[in-house]
Design a protein around this ligand. Sequence first.
Ligand SMILES: Nc1ncnc2c1ncn2[C@@H]1O[C@H](COP(=O)(O)OP(=O)(O)OP(=O)(O)O)[C@@H](O)[C@H]1O
Ligand SMILES: [Mg+2]
Length: 277
Amino acid sequence: MNEPVPVALRGVSFAYEDGPPVLTGLDFAVREGRALALLGRNGSGKTTLMRLLSGGLRPDSGELTVEGRAVRYDRKGLTALRTTVQLVVQDPDDQLFAASVGQDVSFGPLNLGLSDTEVRARVTEALAALDITALADRPTHLLSYGQRKRTAIAGAVAMRPRVLILDEPTAGLDPDGQERLLATLDGLRDNGTTVVMATHDVDLALRWADDVALLTPSGAHTGPAAGMLARTDLLAAAGLRLPWGVAVARLLRERGWLAGDAAGPRTAEELAALRVP
Ligand SMILES: Nc1ncnc2c1ncn2[C@@H]1O[C@H](COP(=O)(O)OP(=O)(O)OP(=O)(O)O)[C@@H](O)[C@H]1O
Ligand SMILES: [Mg+2]
C-alpha cells in the first residue's frame, strides 16, 4: 500500500454550473503501477472525476495533487499535469480533429515543443503500441469506430504520461477489439504506465484491474479488485451485479475445490483450466 501517488484528489467537491453537487469531499488516489478500474452507476460522476484528475475541470473546493503537491492551474502547472496524466474521453469524435491519423497523434508532442525527431519517434512508438502503424496516413474521418478509438488512445500515449486514464475504452468495441485493447493496455503497464479505466463491466474489472474503485453516494471505495468486487453492499450502492467469477469462486470454495486464499478463475479459460481434486 506504499506505492507513490502520482495524482490524487483531496477533499474535492464539484458541481457543474447551476447543478447539484456531483462529488462532495472526495478523496481519490491513483497509485503508481496499480491498474485501477472505476465503476459506478450512470451519472455517479466517473467522467467528472476523470476530468478533475486530468485538469479539464477544476474542483470547487479541495485540491488536485501531483506527487503530493497541489496543482496550480496556470500554464506551467497544466503543462506539467499533461505530461503526468492523459485522459482519453469516451467518444473518439470528441478527441480527434486533425486530417490524418499521424497528424492527430503528433499534435500533443508538437505542443510540448519537442524537436521534430523526438515527435516522430513518439508518434512511431504510439502507433506501434496501438497496432495502427498502417493507418498513419489515413484520413481520420474514414476510420472505423474501433480505429478511431485506437487513434485517440495513441494520441494520449504519445505524450508518454505516467498515468493514462481511459473513459469506458471498451464500450463499442467487438470482442476481438476488446481483447486487443486489453493486450495493448497490458503492454503499456509492462512499460511502466499506470492505467485507470472507467467501465460498467464487473467481469472485465475483475479480470483486468489490480484495484477497483466503486463510486457510490457515500464516496469512492477503493481496494484490491477481488475483495471489492465481492462486497455486495457496495456493489448494490454502485448499481452493479456480482461478477460471475466471484460467484464461481465462492461455490468452488464451499465445495472445497479452491483453497481459501487462492484466487478464483477470472475468465472462462481459467475456469476450464482449473483442476479440481
Ligand atoms: N457538462 C455538464 N453540465 C452539467 N451537468 C453535467 C455535465 N456533465 C455531467 N453532468 C451531470 O453530472 C453528473 C455526473 O455525470 P458524469 O458524466 O460524471 O457521470 P458518469 O458516472 O460518467 O455517468 P455514465 O456512466 O453515464 O458515463 C450527472 O448528473 C450529469 O447529469
Ligand atoms: Mg461517463
